[in-house]
Every structure is written in structure tokens, then in C-alpha cells.
Design a binder for this molecule. Sequence first.
Ligand SMILES: [Zn+2]
Length: 475
Amino acid sequence: MTMNTNVRLKPDTPYVRAIRVITVLVLVVSGSSRTASAQIADLDPRIVKLVAAISEERLETILKKLETFETRSTLSSSTSSTRGIGAAGEWILQEMRSYSPKLQVSFDVHRVPKQGRITRDIELRNVMAILPGKSPRRIYVSGHYDTVARPGGQGATNAAGPASDPDAPAPPPNDPNAPLDNRAPGVNDDGSGTALTIELARVFVQSGIEFEATLVFMCHAGEEQGLVGARLHAQKAVAEDIPIEAILNNDIVGNDRGGNGIIDGATIRVYSEGPEDSPSRQLARFIQRWGARYVPSHRVRPMARPDRFGRGGDHSAYNQLGFTAVGFRESRENFTRQHDVRDTFEGISLPYLAQNARVNAASAATLALAPPPPAVTSERGQPLITRAPSGYDANLRWNASPGAAAYRIFWRDAWGPDWQHDLLVGNVTNVVLPNMQIDDYVFGVAAIDAQGHESFVTAYVTPPRANTTIRSGQY
Ligand SMILES: [Zn+2]
């Protein structure tokens, strides 16, 4: 391994020195594992290998194949074997099936009657590859394989300003069975997220790693008609109580040249729904933390907002139904190549797309090997944080996560987005940080297994206060 594997230095402040003493006391008192922290390393060599297996050549082959379907509009032909959404979905299914019999690949099928931008009754097919883990809890990596192209594309929509209609109709259809059949290559939007998802399915199943969590590699359809495939899958997950822990959605992640000439191939944006310590924000912070370790040459830029102005993606469909989901977006977009016939392979940077795939791979593999994030609230939903015993301490309690061998406490000033301090504690479910005023910091805790795989953080958050209307006037 060539990466830096130094043990992270802890902040050396009087507070922390005091905390170290207390933590030792906590460990001694609870009589818990003292071996866990000795084995914990920042990097897992198996994940290093998995990340290194991502192939620019494979990504190129997939993107060029996706382009050959000419359009993958959800309303294009579902019956042609060479052109349109039907042929594309079938190819993606067969491609992922070819990687290993361990990958359970199927169509996630939904009958969708005519509504909104779905202008005829359709059978919508998400393509889903499941890599079963030891636990049913699921980590998703996703993109959307459908496309759209409108006259002038996204460039014309943006240039027209806020009065424009982002859903401006395409030319009238000749064929009622394929009412949106004009050429829409969609190599970046969202061939890039689709290729990334397909390539990750390959490297994950071929890694031979037995993951704790079940991984799902999902290529959605219907995104361009209003996140339809993602919404339908999320609704099903709610109805069937499918334990989706995290969704890493990728949409427009393959171009590093902004339409204004500014080039950035070294960073990626990750959008997440608030409020500021929501699970989706914690997932974004997690990707920043673990991306920096396994892919230090690429910088993750978390964005504290659901998505770009006036624009949406499939992660939001999951957010709206209460799931933890983030959206990866290239740092510099070229709008003239979006929703446009010019969204071709020429607009792709393979090295950039591969870096984004590596960040996804490192994050999803770490999450899928880690215990689930700890719950830090009581059954009544109250945060398990107090000022006991002195009345001036930070007393943090949490529920044990299955498979955890240790926990890591994080904190930061209550004014600020990034965790500033962290402290590895043993296999305990309670730590007291003396003289730390809980009102002045945000605290959180992550679960870690014996090899150092870390969950995302669960933060201690005050539940929203109910509004009380005071009557006034008559006695
Ligand atoms: Zn898209």
C-alpha cells in the first residue's frame, strides 16, 4: 500500500487531554474491549484494491455503447432491439448479469398510467443489481439511464432566465407509441452516472469482499419526466419496509470543462438535503472524510442545499420519502451539452469520471463494511445528551450498533459546517466530556467495526419545538 496510513493525530488541547483521561476511566469502568482501537487503521487494503480496479477503459466502453441507442427517453421505443429505452435497459441488464452470478440483476418494473410528463401509459423499468450482504440493510449507488433532448437544450433554458419553462416540450411526435423519440444521446446526463453505477457493480462483485450491508446498483428510468422511477422505487421501499440506509446518486458527473471555459477535474460537488445535521448532511460529510482518505487526489465539496437552483435529481425523490440520500454533480457544467443532441462522448473526461467513481466506491465500500450508524435518541425521540453529572459536562449516550467494536465521537463549534475534533472511544455506549458545554458544540457519534470501517455520524439534534398559540382577548 502506498497511501499514508499514519494514525490520525488527535487535537492536543487541555480539553482533549482531560477527555483522554476520562475516556480511559470510562473504558476501565465498563471493562470493555481494549483491543479494538489497536487494530483500527484508516485504510482497508481490500478497499484500496477495489478502488484501484475501476477502469477508464470499461467506463469508455459502457458510455459508447449507451450512445448507440440514439435516445434513451422513457417515452421512446420500448420494443426496438437497437434504439430507445427498451433496448438500452435490456443491454444494461445483460451487461451487469455478465459480471458474476452473485449479482442479482433484475428489472424493477412499474406500470405507470399517463400523467404529468408521462404522455402515454408505460411500463417503466429501473435496472437493479443486488449484491447481497450479511445484513438486509441497503447501500445504493445510482444514476438514471433515461435521457431527454429539447430544442436549444439546457443552455437555452438557462440563458432565457427564470421565466423559461425547464420542461418545454420536444417537437410533436410522429409515433404515439414513442412520443419522445428524437435523438437524445445523454452521454453525460446521465450516461456518466449510469456508467459509474455499472462499473461499480463490476468491481464490487469481483472484489470477492463479503460485505455486511447489501449493495444495490440502481439505474433509474423516468428521471427526466419528474424523478418518476426513483419515486416509484422509494414508494415501494416505504410500503415494503426495505431498510435503505444510504443512497449515493450520480447525475452529470463526467465532464470537467464548464461551458464558460473554466476547467476543474479535481473536485466533485455533493448536494444534500438539510437541516444542517440531517442524516443526508452526515452522509455528505462522510463522503468528504473517506473520499479524502482513499482518493486524496480528488476533493469532495459538500453543498449545504438539496441541489442546484431550479434543478433536481433522483436523490431528492428519496429525501422526500425520508431516506438518506445525496447527489453527486460535476463541479463545472457545460449547459449547452445538457438535454441536447450535443451531449455526446466528446464531452466526457474519462479520468474525471473515474475519479468520481473512485470516491463513490471508497464511500460505499466503507459504509457497507461498517456497522449501521448509532441511534442517539430515546424511544420518545429525545436526544440522549445531558449535562450530568456535574451539570456542566457533555454526557453522551447512544444505542449500541450491531457489529460495532468501538465508536468515534465528533464535535464542532455550534457555528460551523465541518467536524473539528474527533476521539476514538472503545466499545462503550456512554462518554462524559467534562466541562464541555453541550449548548456550545454539535456532537455526534459513529460506529466502527474491529477493522476500522466507520459508519456515518449520527448527530445529537434538538427536535423542532411545537408552536404554541397563546389566546388573547376575552377572559
Ligand atoms: Zn440527469
